[in-house]
Design a protein around this ligand. Structure first.
Ligand SMILES: *[C@@H]1O[C@H](CO)[C@@H](O)[C@H](O)[C@H]1NC(C)=O
Ligand SMILES: *[C@@H]1O[C@H](CO)[C@@H](O)[C@H](O)[C@H]1NC(C)=O
Ligand SMILES: *[C@@H]1O[C@H](CO)[C@@H](O)[C@H](O)[C@H]1NC(C)=O
Ligand SMILES: *[C@@H]1O[C@H](CO)[C@@H](O)[C@H](O)[C@H]1NC(C)=O
Length: 367
């Protein structure tokens, strides 16, 4: 039954994906390179030591689909996994797991959980550095790609041909730049002032990839952080005016995500003028995720949308002293009935719907 479902979904997707991609002047990809944070890390952080979050190396992380921990911060697959599946490509190997014998022609994943768009210096200068999980920021990940490039193609002609059929996923990235600052007490004004820097780091990396030869790029925005269990717990208040009546999310934090996203879209528009030959697509993660909170029953999220599946209690089942995987936490029986997996990251079920929203074109915008 399950297998049939998967087959139906993927053949349906193949037809739809291809038609969507043809209509948006893209072609089926033969390779995908991914940059980002825990939303798309398929193992790098765990391989780098994962000192700040070792529990991703054991169950219940990975219990769905893989049935063992892979270093993904979820119960199962991530958006990037569903995207590579839709193109019939193998799951991307994490960069830090590569060895000399491995085939990397179909792509590699450079994302690291906890990674920021801005370099660590930015945070150390602002005394936020010590709370960072990793120093492998976007520019470090870009450096890894540059190191790998000579083994992908050599002549300009060869690289042009290869990159024509290669998709670059630049994010989601930037969410942690704000998470770290908010979690150590940064206020909304300070955070808003940092948005141009974060967006600048994302567009700089996107430009750098284009200069390296990339022509097909997908740049996602941030999720609605005001609906996230960690934010809902840390910024809990008795003032009901702070909550969106329709969905129970924190209004100011969702407005912040929207602000980041609109600045990112604006910066990408400028980039498109600078590089008219490149196809720079914005991926609207916010728009793809918001319907979960407005119409959860439509997606089978029958256990509520704001409580995490795996956690250590409290109104949103997020307890920083008993986070998912730690003593005092428990995981729900059916993660597919939840949006939120561990308070911070989403479930495979939620990621699947976001990926479908992107692949079918509804939440990807060329302009
Ligand atoms: C290289 O990685 C591949 C894929 O993970 C694995 O099958 C193979 O055994 C590895 N080879 C060496 C020499 O470690
Ligand atoms: C990041 O770099 C700083 C400065 O070099 C270092 O003190 C810190 O331990 C590093 N953080 C991690 C998570 O590796
Ligand atoms: C982006 O690149 C420009 C030009 O190279 C540089 O001045 C700026 O500092 C960079 N911004 C970030 C956030 O890295
Ligand atoms: C959070 O976890 C700690 C440690 O297990 C526990 O003492 C505390 O009661 C929990 N808080 C809530 C609200 O469940």
């Amino acid at each position: 039954m399950k297998l049939i479902n998967i087959l139906v979904v993927s053949s349906l997707c193949l037809t739809l994906c291809l038609s969507t991609l043809v209509s948006s002047s893209l072609q089926p990809y033969q390779a995908i390179f991914n940059f980002g944070d825990s939303l798309s890390d398929t193992g790098n952080f765990l391989l780098s030591g994962a000192l700040a979050f070792p529990v991703i190396g054991k169950l219940p992380y990975g219990e769905t689909f893989f049935q063992h921990a892979t270093g993904r911060c979820s119960d199962g697959r991530l958006v990037v996994d569903f995207i590579v599946e839709a193109f019939g490509l193998p799951l991307l190997p994490p960069y830090l797991a590569l060895n000399k014998t491995q085939d990397i022609q179909h792509g590699v994943n450079f994302a690291v959980a906890g990674a920021t768009a801005l370099d660590p210096e930015f945070f150390y200068q602002r005394k936020i550095g010590p709370v960072m999980w990793t120093n492998d920021s976007l520019s470090t990940q870009l450096g890894w790609f540059k190191k790998l490039k000579p083994s992908l193609c050599s002549t300009k002609q060869e690289c042009d041909n290869y990159f024509k059929k290669t998709l670059f996923l630049v994010g989601e990235i930037g969410g942690n730049d704000y998470n770290y600052a908010f979690f150590v007490g940064g206020n909304m004004e300070q955070l808003k002032a940092s948005v141009p820097y974060v967006v600048g780091a994302i567009t700089n990396a996107t430009s750098a990839l284009i200069e390296e030869g990339a022509v097909e790029l997908l740049v996602p925005g941030n999720l609605p952080i005001g609906c996230s269990a960690v934010y809902l717990t840390l910024f809990q208040t008795t003032n009901r005016a702070y909550y969106d009546k329709r969905n129970g999310c924190l209004k100011a934090f969702n407005a912040f995500s929207k602000y980041h996203n609109s600045e990112l879209k604006r910066a990408l528009a400028t980039l498109r003028q600078k590089y008219p030959h490149a196809n720079i697509i914005y991926a609207d993660y916010y728009g793809a995720a918001m319907p979960f909170f407005h119409a959860p029953q439509h997606y089978g999220f029958k256990s509520g949308t704001l409580r995490a599946c795996c956690g250590g209690g409290g109104p949103y089942n997020f307890n920083n002293s008993a986070r998912c995987g730690h003593i005092g936490s428990t995981a729900c029986k059916d993660p597919s009935s939840y949006v939120n997996w561990d308070g911070i990251h989403l479930t495979e079920a939620a990621y699947r719907y976001i990926a479908e929203g992107l692949i079918h074109g509804q939440f990807t915008k060329p302009i």
